[in-house]
Design a protein around this ligand. Structure first.
Ligand code: FE
Length: 347
């Protein structure tokens, strides 16, 4: 055997021994998720069933995930990162934790205003489901027309009635970031001041706590993500039925720019080792089947307009006009919003 043939054979056998290992690696996807919904189990199991790719899931709150990713650096095993809310996705993008993805499937299925960090190489992140930031009010004290826009939450007529969770929570940061797009910075800060002046109590708790506080009479009106209310609508517990009975829901700003809508989104990690599987997973999340899990399982809205869903609570809430402001701009505004909150004393 001459030297060249031997070298070629050695190379071939090396390739043969490596091949199964590389293939085995492709069958795993490391998913870092900040979603906190039990119904996501089926969403992930379904992907494994369809592709044979196993999912290793690391779940933590968003701050924990981001800290971990930064600490791991280029050694991070993360392939896909799922975060909730544009404020957080924008932050992670700024921290260089994602890489752009160019995919005809994702571009065709997900509307451009729900993608972030878009450049020639593709987008840094993709919205996979949406949630509307709705207004919930006490039907015994107010009418829908009293609270049919975000602006009205600052009106003197609502003095002592308004409840929200912390202004610095990403859900609120993004809502206020969206208002900045529509009203400008100056008017938004004045509005924030008006909301603080109208508060029934200092901000505390989560969105569901605000809804319950409206039903108990402690608050007259509150802001909540739509899926929390839909969850109460679908509950069989008598105490939840009573909450839904006493409260009304408004999709704000139907006569103007539409209700603020945020996203849960996914991105391929900057140092993903299984990039192909990661892109495949993102495309799966945009499939009809996965979109249905978001809508029917967790009461979110699909980002894919044509995805068929059948969630009785969402049907009963009805169709509404959603804003179409680029969600990436909303995320980018949140840094400035935080400074406004500090100035007006919105905790
Ligand atoms: Fe939530």
């Amino acid at each position: 055997m001459n030297r060249i043939t031997r070298r070629a054979l050695l190379a071939l056998s090396a390739a043969l021994t490596l091949a199964p290992a590389a293939q085995a690696q492709d069958r795993v996807l490391n998913l870092y998720s900040a979603r906190h919904y039990q119904t996501d189990e089926a969403l992930y199991a379904n992907f494994t069933q369809a592709t044979g790719i196993r999912i290793n899931r690391v779940e933590a709150d968003d701050a924990g995930l981001l800290a971990r990713l930064k600490a791991e650096g280029s050694a991070s095993p993360a392939d896909v990162i799922v975060l909730v809310d544009a404020a957080r996705l924008w932050r992670a993008e700024q921290d260089g934790l994602f890489q752009p993805v160019k995919s005809a499937v994702l571009e065709q299925r997900i509307p451009a205003h729900l993608r972030g960090g878009e450049g020639a190489q593709g987008a840094q992140w993709f919205g996979m489901s949406t949630r509307a930031r709705v207004i919930v009010y006490d039907k015994t004290r107010l009418k829908a027309a009293d609270v049919d826009s975000y602006q009205k939450l600052a009106a003197p007529a609502l003095k002592g009635l308004v409840c929200t969770r912390s202004g610095s929570h990403p859900y609120n940061l993004s809502l206020f970031g969206s208002l900045m797009e529509h009203l400008g910075a100056q008017q938004t800060e004045a509005w924030l001041q008006g909301v603080v002046a109208n508060m029934a109590r200092a901000p505390k708790g989560g969105d569901t706590d605000q809804i319950r506080a409206v039903a108990s009479g402690e608050c007259g009106v509150a802001i909540s993500n739509s899926y929390y209310y839909a969850r109460l609508m679908r509950s069989n517990k008598p105490e939840d039925r009573a909450v839904v009975e006493r409260t009304g829901v408004v999709f704000p700003n139907q006569a103007s720019w539409g209700t603020h809508v945020n996203i849960a989104g996914a991105a391929v990690a900057r140092h993903a080792k299984n990039r192909d599987a990661a892109v495949r997973f993102l495309e799966y999340l945009a499939s009809d089947q996965a979109q249905r899990y978001f809508a029917d399982g967790n009461n979110e809205y699909p980002v894919v307009a044509t995805a068929p869903t059948e969630n009785p609570a969402l049907v009963s809430l009805g169709r509404f006009k959603a804003e179409t402001v680029p969600i990436a701009k909303v995320g980018a505004n949140t840094a400035q919003v935080q400074q406004m909150l500090d100035r007006v004393g919105y905790k």
